[in-house]
Ligand binder design. Structure first.
Ligand code: FAD
Length: 469
């Protein structure tokens, strides 16, 4: 009785409901990952990070006597073919929530059932699945705080432990190789520079969580907002590929809360922001591609990617230090501090009046923690076009924000080399990572602001007022 376990964004052995159920079923287990259009459509950095994640997960599987089979194509064809080839009688996987995956998975499930194959999906990528949280009127939540109140006292199943061994089939089906897939092919931003910032795999994710709970969570309330301090868990990179489960983070957060560690509740709330993003994406998938508030269609966004201002924003040379530092941080590390994300997003959409989709796409290309739901919610929240968004009149002032959140300039001096006699090594790494065609050097003079902060703010506000929002 062979079981296929269809691996997706869940590159872990522990708290893996589908894998555990397959092991419990008793027969041989064949884990398979499929390179489909969704994988091919990933941005350069998340695709590269996925390749590393798969390599590490395949090794972890080998440690428990198993393997990761790699196949390419549409899962609607690949899964039934593999079932036939291996004689599997069941296929298990953990649910995904973006519209394309939902459609694909329900097609696969229907076809398998029709063929008399057991097909079961499990929860794992989320704690509170979108259809399980509803308002008293039976609707979905559009505002975060009531969503938080609705879920905060729910019990979350205790994480499952990793199977100590996974029964192998007598013969393994053929597998593609990661070398064939070349998931790093588009990563032309100096992958060797980004690599040291990566914390890869399940064991690393667990130690990240442990270190956060041991030392950072107590101060998290205050340090989480200071980009010059490493005060957050950095777990988004691992959560994105499921190298750790949200339930594992939640239980660790609950323990810290019981131990009276200040900051633990705020951490739990952040995990629930992630759940909220999925809730919104599930109930209103258009959040991924269209203004969530339709009246924003009338806003005079610039949608021209080639505009000089867009280029300056992407390249971290707007002349606004907080913005440039954050954009360079993302280019070098594949990640950006949350305060930075809010500031660069506000700056692009308000000061520069550029469409949030331009920013969303650039983040999608650069972030190793890219997540479709959190990225879309973050951009629409910042632009003002999303549910529970910042009101249009809240335009972050990137200059006063610097005095508030980077008083000693620890952050900007780490990421901006110009103007410093002995630049920080990370600031210099940026110049090694970028393409030559950007024509930037640490010896250049730091640019003047492309748009003066006050002028940009006034321009955005008057565009809103003209449209009578
Ligand atoms: P911590 O502060 O340690 O928080 C713990 C976890 O809670 C995070 O790992 C994350 O899973 C979740 N979380 C925290 N803040 C948020 C939030 N605002 N929204 C949703 N979940 C949150 N996060 C991504 O994971 N991927 C993205 O592609 C992404 N794009 C964003 C784009 C914009 C414009 C904005 C404003 C935010 C975006 N975020 C995204 C949310 C947030 O910035 C990151 O989750 C956070 O910076 C990750 O750092 P951390 O793991 O140290 O977080």
């Amino acid at each position: 009785e062979t079981t296929l376990v269809w691996i997706r964004r869940d590159l872990r052995l522990s708290d893996h409901a589908a894998l555990s159920a397959a092991v419990k079923r008793g027969g041989p287990v064949i884990p398979v990952f499929i390179r489909d259009d969704a994988v091919d459509g990933l941005g350069a950095a998340p695709k590269w990070r996925l390749g590393l994640g798969l390599e590490s997960f395949a090794e972890a599987l080998e440690g428990v006597g198993s393997r990761l089979v790699l196949r390419s194509g549409d899962a609607r064809a690949v899964i039934p073919a593999l079932v036939e080839e291996t004689g599997a009688t069941a296929v298990y996987w953990q649910r995904a929530y973006d519209p394309d995956a939902v459609e694909r998975d329900s097609d696969v499930k229907a076809a398998l059932k029709k063929a008399g194959i057991e097909a079961e999906s499990f929860t794992g990528h989320l704690m509170f699945e979108p259809w399980t949280v509803e308002t008293k009127q039976g609707a979905f939540y559009k505002v975060y705080t009531p969503f938080w109140k609705a879920v905060r006292d729910r019990s979350v199943d205790k994480p499952l432990s990793a199977p100590s061994s996974v029964p192998a089939p007598e013969t393994w089906p053929d597998s593609d190789t990661l070398e064939d897939w070349a998931l790093d092919a588009e990563m032309d931003r100096g992958a060797q520079i980004v690599r040291p910032f990566v914390q890869l795999g399940e064991a690393a994710a667990q130690s990240r969580l442990g270190a956060f709970m041991a030392s950072k969570v107590a101060e998290y309330d205050t340090t989480r907002d200071i980009p010059g301090v490493d005060g957050t868990s950095n777990l988004s990179e691992n959560l994105s590929l499921g190298e750790i489960s949200p339930a594992q983070c939640w239980h660790a957060g609950q323990r810290a809360l019981d131990e009276g560690k200040a900051g633990a509740e705020t951490f739990l709330k952040e995990l629930v922001w992630r759940e909220f993003a999925y809730h919104l994406m599930w109930h209103t998938p258009r959040i991924l591609s269209d203004n969530w508030r339709e009246e924003w269609e009338a806003f005079p966004w610039n949608e021209d990617e080639r505009k000089a201002e867009v280029k300056a924003w992407k390249q971290g040379r707007t002349g606004i230090r907080f913005v440039d530092a954050a954009m360079r941080e993302m280019y070098v590390t594949g990640r950006m501090h949350n305060r930075g994300r809010m500031i660069v997003a506000s700056y692009l959409t308000k000061h520069l009046m550029c469409h949030w989709k331009i920013g969303l796409e650039w983040f999608k290309d650069c972030l190793i923690d890219w997540d479709p739901a959190s990225n879309a919610m973050g951009w629409q929240w910042s632009a003002g076009s999303g549910p529970d968004a910042t009101p249009y009149f809240r335009v972050f002032n990137p200059v006063t924000q610097l005095d508030k959140f980077d008083k000693d300039r620890d952050y900007v001096s780490r990421w901006i080399a110009e103007e410093y006699e002995n630049p920080h090594e990370d600031a210099l790494a940026y110049f090694d990572a970028i393409p030559k065609s950007w024509n930037m050097s640490p010896e250049d003079a730091y640019p003047e602001p492309i748009v003066a902060p006050d002028e940009g703010r006034k321009r955005a506000l008057s565009a809103y007022e003209d449209r009578d929002f």
